[in-house]
Design a protein around this ligand. Structure first.
Ligand SMILES: [Zn+2]
Length: 287
């Protein structure tokens, strides 16, 4: 069987990692101050955790934005840079938080340039604590464990964003551009799935004619990434989509990729687009 799956070249771009890290470091400081003042003055510990995780997500997404600008496709370089950005974020958040907690009496630049000093300050803070939970001051081993868990979550957020936000992107090497993956605003009948999958796997166009509007759930959703610049790269993904209602009556949609990143020709992509237009017209006409 021919291999017609799109795969990233994995090309490493120093500019991508460089811009990502630069933007993350620039953004880290204002976000660290917002986070620190919020955590210091909002007396609800659970809200504080949510704020801190939101702040870490923000830095992680800013990194990915910069990395995209610089067109890095290397997953390994991306992970290494994001782990570094995660550790830096943790450190800058700590320094800024200690600075805010000390009512700006600690020296900010000294802390930034002396990690050993910061670690000593954190140890001291763990010994005395600074906030209460259920009327008890949180300190000692319990507080230490809490901070360790928080640190692991921070790094985990960077790994999560690396895994999700950067995983499934399509890059046109010819045009040196990212290609947006668009969902076709239509649900297709799942019954001919086997015929569709076989046709796609063998590189024929028969699958296009096997697409009909779905009458019920579960159904088939199609995502297509087409390079608008050269119109030569077309990557198709088939998604199994099912509307479900949980025991409380809340509706949601469960989705699972059936076939990922199948390369199709420009002619096939055009046939598919024509088929979608035809089904839309039929639907509008009441058939
Ligand atoms: Zn292109």
């Amino acid at each position: 069987m021919q291999d017609n799956t799109y795969r990233s070249t994995g090309t490493f771009s120093p500019a991508g990692v460089g811009i990502g890290l630069a933007l993350a470091v620039i953004a880290m400081f204002p976000i660290a101050f917002l986070y620190s003042y919020a955590v210091r003055y909002i007396p609800f510990i659970y809200i504080n955790f949510l704020i801190s995780f939101g702040a870490v997500f923000a830095v992680a997404y800013i990194y990915t934005f910069g990395e995209s600008l610089g067109r890095n496709r290397s997953r390994v370089a991306s992970l290494a840079a994001m782990l570094l950005a995660g550790v830096l974020t943790l450190f800058v958040f700590w320094v800024t938080f200690l600075y805010v907690l000390s009512e700006r009496r600690l020296e900010y630049v000294k802390m930034l340039t002396d990690p050993a000093y910061v670690i000593d300050l954190i140890k001291e803070l763990i010994n005395v604590g600074w906030f209460t939970l259920k009327r008890n001051r949180v300190k000692g081993t319990f507080y230490g464990i809490m901070l360790a868990v928080e640190a692991v979550v921070y790094i985990g957020i960077f790994v999560f964003v690396w895994w999700t936000a950067l995983k499934s992107r399509v890059f046109c090497e010819k045009c040196q551009k990212w290609v947006v993956r668009e969902s076709v605003a239509m649900f297709f009948d799942l019954a001919p799935l086997e015929a569709i999958a076989t046709s796609l796997a063998t590189g024929t166009d028969a699958w296009v004619d096997a697409l009909f509007l779905a009458q019920s759930t579960p159904s088939l959703r199609v995502e297509l990434a087409s390079c608008a610049h050269c119109n030569e790269l077309h990557v198709l993904t088939l998604v199994h989509s099912q509307d479900v209602v949980d025991k409380d009556g809340n509706p949601s949609t469960e989705e699972k990729n059936l076939l990922e990143n199948v390369l199709i020709s420009t002619a096939t992509a055009a046939r598919f687009q024509a088929r979608v237009a035809q089904l839309q017209a039929d639907f509008a006409a009441g058939n």
